[in-house]
Design a protein around this ligand. Structure first.
Ligand SMILES: Nc1ncnc2c1ncn2[C@@H]1O[C@H](COP(=O)(O)OP(=O)(O)OP(=O)(O)O)[C@@H](O)[C@H]1O
Ligand SMILES: [Mg+2]
Length: 512
């Protein structure tokens, strides 16, 4: 690949500056984006990546600075302006309409009304483009029935059909299974060959080094550096991001005692699927004090349903659930909370926070009974703050207590939930995709927090798609596929390939 900088840029950002109350999110940022390049944007949580791209997409307006298209200054005041400059963006949270079909979602987005009126024509255009770039989806399928990976393909198709030439993807791999990531990179590679420019925001170093042509690192709202992939190493990028090398994870020995009574026990649990959900069948599970039980699986195979059953957010039609030997089958979430269960859900904005409340108010939510004073008419904010600050010190990351939850960056929201749930030393922790959206430093801190919790005797149910992380942390590893556990291992007695096969439902010839 020749150095893209030998040509003139498709888009140039000059001096882009944007502040929000109390935060300088972008501070005089210069950035060039060329055709036929995948440009990775890296940086710690809150560094200003999403803000910068939302400015380019016309979602926010910069306080100062200039955007040039092929050298000429342009004004982008709205996503509509961005679209006419052929700039498209897929947000961190996808926003398709679930009750509509793929074709309807795409038609809604296309400015050209004539196309909307002819369903056959739009099906043909979808099929044509999807064939060309390996983005196979059925135009007639309902979006609610598509996996996240498929929905993402629809989002990309939407942009291609609307004639975008610059595609901005904000953490597209955050919620993708490993095989979906491979497929996405295949698509991006094809697009690059056809002259598209792609900006890829990600926290995954491997992905950056695998597919980016150039890499820009942001730190505290400024450009810390831009490197060609050929000159980039993980070490250099980490240094640019955090100004220091990262300390590794300290893994201590597990103190689990197999003869001890389990903290959590599920016996023969069965659920009935709601909507497009998965049915759990014959789920037996024990989590003991001092152990991390990993659940490996491709998301959508019952992970959400498993968490819902454990927490009491869904009822089971068969089987029993015990917490500290007490039968709590089909009891409320509150009953579980009061017994010291911490929960880090897969979607913190929808499932673990009230977006328009402040961080501190959100921190109080699951613990209102603990901090209620004067018969429930007041909250003891000072004690709450002190407790959270203690956890911040232990974990080594913090959040702004007075920010509105929905204004937090993706990773900072995840940090908020982790801090809240780790406060009060929960006896049982249900952690779903713990490190999603976290930068490398925070991901290490979050994993370290689980190890600390194990050390003081907590039991942990750890759900993840990241096999490396599962093998690193789990004392026992269960594989979830199609709503059933299809394998149980000690990590030392299996390997990534065996578990990977079971996760995807393919049989393994030799087990053990
Ligand atoms: N609408 C908003 N209102 C107030 N503050 C905001 C808003 N959007 C972003 N911010 C703040 O601007 C800063 C940069 O946020 P941004 O979302 O750009 O970070 P990021 O680099 O994308 O981080 P992450 O990796 O966590 O997604 C953060 O401190 C964030 O809280
Ligand atoms: Mg972001």
């Amino acid at each position: 690949m020749p150095n893209p900088q030998d040509r003139s840029p498709m888009i140039s950002l000059r001096g882009i500056t944007k502040s929000f109350p109390g935060v300088l999110a972008n501070d005089h940022i210069d950035l060039d984006i060329f055709s036929s390049e995948i440009h990775a944007l890296l940086g710690e949580n809150g560094a200003g990546k999403s803000t910068l791209m939302k400015i380019l997409f016309g979602f926010y307006r910069a306080d100062a600075g200039e955007i040039r298209l092929s050298g000429k200054p342009i004004s982008i005041r709205s996503p509509r302006d961005a679209r006419s400059a052929r700039i498209g963006m897929v947000f961190q949270d996808l926003n398709l309409i679930p009750a509509f079909t793929v074709a309807e979602n795409i038609a809604l987005f296309l400015p050209n009304l004539k196309v909307v009126l002819n369903p056959q024509e739009i099906d043909n255009r979808i099929n044509e483009i999807s064939k060309q770039y390996g983005l196979a989806v059925n135009p007639r399928a309902l979006v609610s029935q598509l996996s996240i990976g498929e929905q993402q393909k629809v989002e990309i198709l939407k942009l291609l059909l609307s004639d975008a030439r610059l595609l901005i993807l904000d953490e597209p791999t955050r919620v993708l299974a490993p095989h979906e990531v491979e497929a996405l990179f295949g698509v991006l590679d094809n697009l690059r060959k056809d002259g598209y420019a792609i900006v890829l925001i990600t926290h995954k170093m491997k992905e950056v080094l695998q597919c980016a042509d150039r890499i820009t690192v942001l730190r505290s709202g400024r450009v810390a550096g831009t490197l060609l992939r050929s000159e980039a190493t993980e070490e250099k990028l980490v240094k640019l991001m955090f100004e220091k090398a990262l300390s590794g994870l300290k893994i201590t020995e597990s103190k689990r005692d197999e003869s001890s009574k389990p903290i959590l026990e599920l016996r023969g649990i069965e659920t009935r699927a709601e909507g497009a959900g998965v049915t759990l069948k014959g789920i037996d599970l024990q989590v003991r004090s001092g152990e991390i039980v990993g659940v490996a699986g491709v998301s959508g195979n019952g992970q959400k349903e498993l968490c819902d059953v454990v927490l009491g957010m869904t009822t089971c039609v068969r089987g029993e659930k015990y917490l500290f030997e007490q039968n709590l089958t089909n009891r409320s979430v509150g009953a579980m909370r009061r017994k010291g269960v911490g929960f880090i859900p897969e979607n913190p904005l929808a499932m673990a926070s009230i977006p328009f409340m402040t961080v501190l108010e959100n921190m109080a939510l699951p613990h209102t009974w603990r901090y209620a004073r004067y018969g429930g008419f007041a909250i003891d904010w000072k004690s709450l703050k002190e407790d959270i600050q203690k956890t911040e010190k232990q974990l080594g990351f913090s959040v702004n207590f007075y920010a509105i939850a929905k204004s937090l960056s993706g990773g900072n929201l995840q940090r908020m939930v982790i801090l809240r749930e780790m406060t009060h030393d929960p006896h049982l922790i249900i952690a779903s995709y713990l490190t999603r959206g976290l930068d490398m430093q925070s991901a290490i801190a979050a994993r370290q927090a689980l190890i600390q919790a194990r050390e003081r005797g907590a039991g942990i149910l750890f759900i993840s798609e990241d096999l490396e992380e599962l093998f690193m942390l789990s004392d026992r590893l269960l594989v979830l596929y199609g709503g059933r556990f299809v394998g149980e291992f000690k990590p030392s007695e299996t390997n990534i390939y065996e578990v990977g096969h079971l996760m995807t439902g393919s049989k393994v010839e030799h087990v053990g």
